[in-house]
Design a protein around this ligand. Structure first.
Ligand code: NAD
Length: 297
């Protein structure tokens, strides 16, 4: 199908490449020239603005880094709402349900249908097409884009109301953020007790403490000290903050989430939004007075 894709970053880049490889015809936009050039070299059409994308195709997908940017791309002077052909807007970003409900209302006034479609599985999942794709929106509209979404991974239809897939995504990312925070504290404790961090990770992964931080983030980015997992600190803190808002909106207790959130706020203050989220381990290391690095072979 003909698809517009806006936001060609860590996730949007590989996802749009996969759409082209699967035979879809893409029109792309990103303010970063090099990101545009890479997609144009693969056969994508280059648009000048989100409105220009929405002038050329009925289906527009976005993968954007913040709520403000998302709102501007939808409703700004050059936003999607000004497009002549667009009929449906598929948001692959993590925004939380409040923002999703707001954009759905704005779009509805312009006869554009919103399909929420946040994803999980990281940059590696975006490259391999193994993401969990959480979808909410009108059933008929979801079916129209289903085959394109299946290019990204497994599609899970979460409901028909705006925001439902976003609530699903925030529950998932809160658990991911918690696993990273708790695993950092657990392994720092062991290292201070004299244990080897690589041995600890192996034992945990063969035992009941296993989680996505110990199976993926520690082996790939913390133990080797590369801190290059591919998910920004700013994005993870955004998601933790969104979870706290979401939980407050629904009146859910947040004892654990508040403690986890405090640690992430310290990490972003220490390392900055532009660093990799795995640097949270260094925040714990600094306070513990240890390093959780693998011994050189
Ligand atoms: P990113 O920062 O790597 O990419 C965002 C892209 O948006 C960049 O290419 C940037 O140039 C572009 N952009 C900025 N302003 C723009 C504008 N006004 N118009 C058009 N494009 C604009 O972010 P990412 O890691 O790809 O994440 C995108 C979304 O996906 C976020 O909501 C994030 O929470 C979510 N997500 C990320 C991951 C991950 O592992 N990186 C995993 C799941 C979900």
């Amino acid at each position: 199908m003909e698809i517009g894709f806006i936001g060609l970053g860590n996730m949007g880049g590989p996802m749009s490449r996969r759409l082209i490889a699967a035979g879809h015809k893409l029109t792309v936009f990103d303010p970063r020239r090099e990101a545009m050039d890479a997609l144009v070299a693969l056969g994508a059409g280059a648009a000048r603005s989100p409105a220009d994308v929405a002038d050329r195709v009925e289906t527009v997908m976005t993968s954007l880094p913040s709520l403000d940017i998302g709102l501007k791309v939808v409703n700004g002077d050059d936003g999607i709402v000004h497009g002549k052909r667009v009929r449906r807007y598929v948001d692959l970003s993590t925004t939380g349900s409040r923002a999703a409900i707001k954009t759905a209302e704005i779009l509805k006034a312009h006869n554009i249908v919103q399909i929420d479609s946040p994803v999980s599985g990281g940059v590696a999942g975006a490259e391999k097409g193994t993401l969990a794709v959480m979808v909410s929106g009108p059933r008929g509209e979801i079916e129209i884009v289903r085959s394109a979404l299946e290019v990204f991974g497994t599609v899970f239809v979460c409901g028909d109301r705006p925001g439902m897939a976003q609530s699903m995504k925030l529950a998932n990312n809160f658990l991911s953020a918690t696993a990273m925070a708790a695993s950092s504290e657990a392994i720092a404790m062991g290292v201070k007790a004299g244990l080897d961090p690589s041995t600890m990770v192996d034992v945990i992964n063969a035992g009941s403490g296993m989680n996505t931080a110990t199976t993926q983030k520690f082996p790939r980015s913390v133990l080797p000290g590369t801190f290059d997992y591919g998910f920004g600190m700013g994005l993870m803190v955004k998601d933790v903050r969104l979870f706290l808002t979401e939980a407050a909106d629904f009146g859910i207790p947040t004892e654990v989430a508040q403690a986890v959130g405090r640690l992430w706020e310290i990490a972003i203050a220490e390392h900055g939004a532009g660093t990799d989220f795995t640097r949270l381990a260094q925040t714990v290391e600094k306070r513990a007075g240890v390093e959780m690095r693998a011994k050189q072979p």
